[in-house]
Write a protein that binds this ligand. Sequence first.
Ligand SMILES: [Mn+2]
Length: 332
Amino acid sequence: MKDDISEIKPVLSHPRDVVILSHRNPDGDAIGSSLAMKMYLESRGHFVKCILPSEYPDNFEWLPGVKDFMIHDLQPDECNKVVKKADLFLCLDFNSLDRVDKLGMAVAENKTAFKWLMDHHLDPEPFADYYYCDDSASSTCELVYRFMDEMGEKDKIKGVLADCIYTGIITDTGSFHHATNPDLFRMIAEMKEKGLDDTRLQNNIFNNQSEKQMRLLGYCLGKRLVVDEEKSIGLVFLSRKDYQNFNIQRGDTEGIINHILKIRTVKLAAFITAQPRIVKLSLRSKGDISVQALARDHFNGGGHFNASGGYMHAPLSKVIDKFWEHAGDYIK
Ligand SMILES: [Mn+2]
């Protein structure tokens, strides 16, 4: 769903109070696309605030401008005030207002503001006035690049703005392991020509873990990994007790699921965690196995074909049982 670029040009032709929003538990793509679009819109004379429903993980702290994010969980009143005053909402990297919780309600209440959705998830909900969406894009940051190119302002993609775009692309593609396309590599090449320091960025993003995170990864793979060779499925789970014992904080479990998929015989990987109110599932797959369908059919979720997630209000053991009951049906 992509509306013509000519429809957004008049909207951006005079200074606006813009609020950029992205999803709960923001990842590199949510953060990178928010910061890149903030810089772009500010360069065109708009006033821009970025709001996130919840805090961002520590390993993105090095990104310039990240400390200016307003966090709805921490300062709801200030955020609501800004939302009320906005005359343009730019929603990045999510496809329905319930993904931003109470913030979504505040956005829906502001009926006069123009709503713009830029996203690469499947099936965007009809809440916006302008859609710049394409589920064939690797990331929202790829769409940010394409958008600036279509606006004839590709020359602005350099320096810190390019760093932000690269961060979203490298994290959403798992370092170019999935969801890539020829244009994406051309974009990277062009940014590299303009001085992108990809090695520094990769070090900042990936070689930036705490000792605790590495020991937690060791525990998950040593003690909590179950592999069903016959079904080609690998599973890691964490109980509430594990969360207490390791003092697990947001971001600490990031990327653990990708290690399960490194096993040769595993085609479908699941990471199931007991959160305070729900049990959360992250799902990944190789090839033509749709974990999006698995998440949608059984776990109130969705996402991408090879990367999805869901949740259940049930005890951890029940969720794990349900997973084993159904996951095999999706293996081809
Ligand atoms: Mn994304």
